[in-house]
Design a protein around this ligand. Sequence first.
Ligand code: HEC
Ligand code: HEC
Length: 385
Amino acid sequence: MNFIRAALIILCLAVGFILVIKQTSAQNPSAPQGVAPAEKTAEQVYKNIQLFKGLPESQFLPVMNFMNASLGVRCDFCHVNKDGNWDYVSDEKAGKKTARKMIEMTGGINKNVFEGNPEVSCYTCHRGRTSVSHTLAMPLPTPEPRPSQPAPSRGPQTGNPTADQVLEKYYQALGGAAAIDNLKSRVMKGTMTTLAGLDLGYEITQSGSELVLATITTPQAGVVQRGFDGNRGWEKNAREIRDLGTDEIFYLRRYPDIYRDIRLKGQFSRITFGGKPKIDGRDVYLLRGTNSSGKRESLFFDVETGLLVRRTTSTITPVGTIPEQIDFSDYRSVDGIMMPFTIRVSAIDSNYSVVRKFTEIKTNLPRASRRQMLVLGPHASSRAR
Ligand code: HEC
Ligand code: HEC
């Protein structure tokens, strides 16, 4: 049972990472343009919320995971678990009580000292441990000689491209606008490896920007499939076929469509050139952007090939800024478009941290396979009867 649950979590994350839908009202004609359906807040979903009132539901568990990671603990450090049953509502544990004081303190420091900017987080002091260093250990280490640094060059940097030029080079490196416009659907097959080293069979089919089907094969739980058509989501596992709930769909909606890492232009309300750091010894161009949902993103492009090698997202929450990183590698040409055959996702939640390696990617499926994706489609459970 536990394994099935774990597989489902992983699947849902995996689908999420590749999929989603246009953020426009296209899939929901009744919704006013540009207005996302109102999300529930923490206190509308959970029972004993004293501090996180107003926090969007989608940020609640990431915040819990952020506290886990910042202190290097698991949920049971703060929450009661009796005989395998969680009682998250209970305030019995000292950790939860202390955490409430700490959440208030952290919020207070940011509000009163840093003008509301999220400068201090649980991690600032805790660094992955419950205990905090109160002072320096004696004797102090011998200070290292200061490296003689070249004087920072003043004045305008020459030779740096603009954000638009980096994005244009990326489009060319991928295969050009015509090849990108020609991409309508794709199937990717391979494996997904979890942080715990579990290897799962993995296949994902995407059609347009709103139709997706992901299949995970595990020796223990068999085949688990999740589909989403932009409106309704469904799941088929060894036990049942069911429609996904609105909370699960909300989760899927957070994630991108087939063009998410391809059509980067237009995804950012602001994007600027941010420097030329190195990743794995190679020069990369860094672009910093703010996306349409207000999250900060950093995009890294290989200077030589022009291809996207890393994308990071920061979500600002009351306890700290939650990072997420996706690394793209092993680019190969598929029908005229360069596609990464290895995608590594790193997140504070170990369930989200997976490496997907593809052995086969095919684009532009025949219409029949598009229809096949919907066989179990919307109202899956009623159809199955
Ligand atoms: C460092 C302590 C700490 C850790 C670790 C922690 N939590 Fe919490 N959790 C809290 C606090 C504090 C609250 C209450 C927040 C409030 O009052 O607004 C809470 C509330 C909750 C609630 C809401 C319960 C309800 O109905 O009121 C859930 C669910 C929850 N946590 C799940 C988790 C999970 C899952 C994990 C592990 C991934 C986790 N927490 C890790 C401190 C922690
Ligand atoms: C300004 C520094 C600072 C920040 C920020 C901070 N803490 Fe702490 N925290 C401390 C110190 C100091 C202690 C006491 C450690 C000790 O007793 O050695 C502590 C102790 C704790 C403990 C008790 C640990 C134990 O062993 O029982 C918990 C739980 C905790 N902090 C959670 C958090 C959470 C959650 C956040 C973010 C919302 C946070 N802290 C942010 C400094 C900080």
